[in-house]
Design a protein around this ligand. Structure first.
Ligand SMILES: NC(=O)c1ccc[n+]([C@@H]2O[C@H](COP(=O)([O-])OP(=O)(O)OC[C@H]3O[C@@H](n4cnc5c(N)ncnc54)[C@H](O)[C@@H]3O)[C@@H](O)[C@H]2O)c1
Length: 254
């Protein structure tokens, strides 16, 4: 399906972690551009709220409960999207977590394992099943939500930083592999965006002045990340693959 106007009308999009923050904003923006949405989340209450908001605007959306770190649950979620709509055009691999501020030497085995399993393993799990569908179609756009911590170190979050650097490596390698069969794979590196994800780090007071780190001097909005995701998903970005796009008020420039 080649569309030159950037519209996503009729396209099928799968969004992981669509129950809050950036995932919700992406699901809503894709729906506003005309895509039909299937979104997965660990917390169904949030995902149901996203679906209700899309439906209230006249869109089509459905939520499925799946832990991004779980291969079988992720496969079932992607299968559901394909079973409902017969194809998969867009995937936003967004589900992510951050743990409390902790020096690298103090990270527990459990924290390390979960950060890597969700933030890096979750993207790999989703791509595995998304790519199988898109390769058969010979088309598709995958957008992985990495982080400014995929480009720079984030003190007190070494496991998160390692996972997000990994997401960029995964994105680039896969982009090269699938470039000739019509699948574009890109990453977005959000800077400090105002969402609930920061609660574990800010609760101990050590990360409060994060907006000081942002050249524009303010937190970003989830919708500002979603605008970049819609562009990358659309035919307006038809010659763009393998990039790590900062949406960060200038953070990566420093
Ligand atoms: N907010 C920021 O400043 C910022 C900056 C850079 C990158 N990011 C990345 O953006 C993505 C979204 O973050 P956000 O800020 O919207 O956070 P958020 O906490 O608002 O939303 C995350 C969503 O993912 C879901 N989720 C968490 N673990 C999951 C799992 N194992 N399986 C399925 N769903 C799961 C949560 O239930 C929630 O609905 C994350 O990958 C995060 O690392 C956020």
């Amino acid at each position: 399906m080649v569309q030159r106007n950037g519209s996503l009308a009729g396209q099928i999009a799968f969004v992981t972690g669509g129950g809050s923050g950036i995932g919700r904003a992406c699901a809503m923006a894709l729906a506003q551009a005309g895509a039909k949405i299937v979104t997965s989340d660990l917390v169904m209450k949030g995902a149901a709220k996203t679906v209700a908001a899309i439906v209230a605007e006249g869109g089509i959306a459905e939520a499925v409960c799946a832990d991004a770190a779980d291969v079988a649950q992720t496969e079932a979620a992607v299968d559901l999207a394909v079973a409902r709509h017969g194809r998969l055009d867009i995937a936003i691999n967004n589900a992510g977590i951050i743990s409390a501020y902790r020096l690298t030497g103090d990270i527990t085995d459990e924290e390390w394992a979960r950060q890597i399993a969700v933030n890096l393993g979750g993207v790999r799990n989703a791509m595995r099943f998304e790519l199988a569908v898109m390769a058969k179609q010979g088309s598709g756009a995958i957008i992985n939500i990495a982080s400014g911590a995929g480009l720079k170190g984030l003190p007190g979050a070494a496991a998160y930083t390692a996972a997000k650097h990994g997401v960029l490596g995964l994105t680039k390698a896969a982009a090269l592999e699938y470039a000739r069969i019509g699948i574009r794979i890109n990453a977005i590196c959000p800077g400090y965006i105002d969402t609930p994800i920061h609660a574990p780090r800010t609760s101990d007071g050590r990360s409060r002045n994060v907006t000081d780190m942002v050249p524009m001097g303010r937190a970003g909005r989830a919708e500002e990340v979603a605008d970049a995701a819609v562009w990358l998903a659309s035919s307006r970005a038809s010659f763009v693959t393998g990039i790590a796009l900062p949406v960060d008020g200038g953070y990566a420039a420093g």
